[in-house]
Design a protein around this ligand. Structure first.
Ligand SMILES: [Cu+2]
Length: 143
């Protein structure tokens, strides 16, 4: 069985990608596609209409992740109840600027899809329950 210890995130500053594109001083960006995700109380990611949740994007596509988070068993010291971090599927190395902590409720993250087509993985980085290790979802980048 391949169980790798995941980072326990605590007191990490919120990523810059959180900022709203309409914030002062930023040039207008192309309309981003909104992807709705539920990070649920049973330590699973879910997407409406999908039995096995999976995100498919185009390389370099601007997207908005609208994530609703519902508390599982545990809460991080900083109040985060789940994480949402993108890894390369091949070696589970992290993708820069794709590391988010989720508080209860709805949060939006404006991000740019990776430039490299291939298979990625979304994983939870908060030890949210005893089922935490299974909290991951496929993420495919098309050319
Ligand atoms: Cu988790």
């Amino acid at each position: 069985m391949l169980v790798k210890a995941r980072r326990i995130l605590a007191c990490v500053a919120m990523p810059a990608a959180l900022s709203c594109p309409c914030a002062a001083g930023q040039s207008p960006q192309p309309a981003a596609r909104v992807i709705e995700i539920l990070a649920d109380h049973d330590s699973r990611y879910k997407m409406a209409g999908q039995k096995q949740p999976m995100i498919t994007v185009k390389a370099g596509e601007p997207i908005t992740l609208r994530i609703t988070a519902k508390k599982a068993k545990n809460v991080n010291r900083d109040g985060a109840i789940h994480g949402f971090t993108l890894l390369h599927a091949k070696d589970r190395s992290p993708v820069p600027d794709w590391d988010f902590l989720l508080k209860p409720g709805v949060q939006e993250f404006s991000v740019t899809a990776p430039g490299g087509p291939g298979e990625y993985l979304v994983v939870c980085t908060v030890i949210c329950s005893q089922d935490h290790e299974g909290m991951e979802m496929k993420f495919v980048v098309r050319p």
